[in-house]
Design a protein around this ligand. Structure first.
Ligand SMILES: [Zn+2]
Ligand SMILES: [Zn+2]
Length: 247
């Protein structure tokens, strides 16, 4: 399986990241990819860009040189067990790719039942496209129940290759999460969560794990152009219309 896009990346707009947008795109192109989502941290996380950034980002082109697709997105923070997010709806509905993630600075670890209901609430939020790095032990949840809901609402479950570095020790959870996605027919994406151009492309360990559990390629939304296009259509993203016939 070859990945044609990375759907979770950070630029220097998040001040703990190290590459510009152009540098990330250049590296993604060098690696043979044809799309990328830029998903800097939403405002509740320290080191995130100013809220205006998420308005201005929509002025960037959809398609860059050589037909490269740029999805303008955000990694938003889930702020409470009810699934509240830290960007207003009017911003989220203009973005091409919205990741909902749990970060320490924004939400305390909870018990399994509470974390499960949080993800069930997020599953029903039409403005969320992808569930970010949800495999960590401190935010453990009922993978079977939640991935059924993710599948029912077409959410994409991220299998985060960068977690091995930034949140180590959760490889077993990641594998169990992937197995639940397979069993319940939930879509996944394999991403790096790159905070510099040097992280892009390092997805070998996750791809190896997927091969070991015989994970169906058709559920991996960033494994072909057609699958990514279909995902944008399924999520009713305006960009799906804008790039019709162009990408
Ligand atoms: Zn994150
Ligand atoms: Zn991230």
């Amino acid at each position: 399986m070859k990945l044609i896009a990375d759907l979770h990346t950070h630029t220097t707009a998040s001040t703990h990241a190290f590459s510009t947008l152009r540098e990330l795109v250049w590296q993604a192109q060098t690696l043979g990819m044809c799309a990328m989502a830029v998903t800097d941290h939403a405002p509740a996380l320290p080191d995130s860009p100013h809220p205006h950034y998420f308005k201005n980002i929509t002025s960037l082109p959809d398609i860059l040189d050589d037909g490269f697709l740029l999805l303008k997105g955000a990694e938003v923070n889930v702020m409470d067990a009810g699934g509240a997010l830290d960007l207003p709806e009017r911003r989220l509905e203009k973005l091409d790719w919205v990741i909902a993630s749990l970060h320490h600075r924004c939400i305390e670890p909870m018990d399994v039942d509470t974390t499960t209901s949080l993800w069930l609430a997020i599953a029903e939020n039409p403005l969320v496209d992808m569930i970010g790095h949800s495999e960590t032990q401190e935010y453990l949840y009922d993978y079977d129940r939640a991935t059924k809901a993710f599948a029912a609402h077409n959410k994409v479950v991220e299998l985060n290759a960068g977690s091995a570095f930034s949140r180590p020790g959760n490889e077993g959870n990641l594998r169990r999460l992937a197995q639940s996605c397979k069993q319940n027919g939930a879509y996944v994406a394999v991403n790096t969560d790159a905070h510099s151009l040097y992280s892009l492309g390092h997805t070998e360990a996750v791809l190896k794990m997927l091969a070991a559990i015989d994970f169906p390629e058709e559920l991996v939304v960033n494994s072909s152009k057609e699958r990514l296009r279909e995902t944008l259509r399924r999520h009713k993203k305006p960009i799906a219309q804008r790039i019709e016939g162009l990408w």
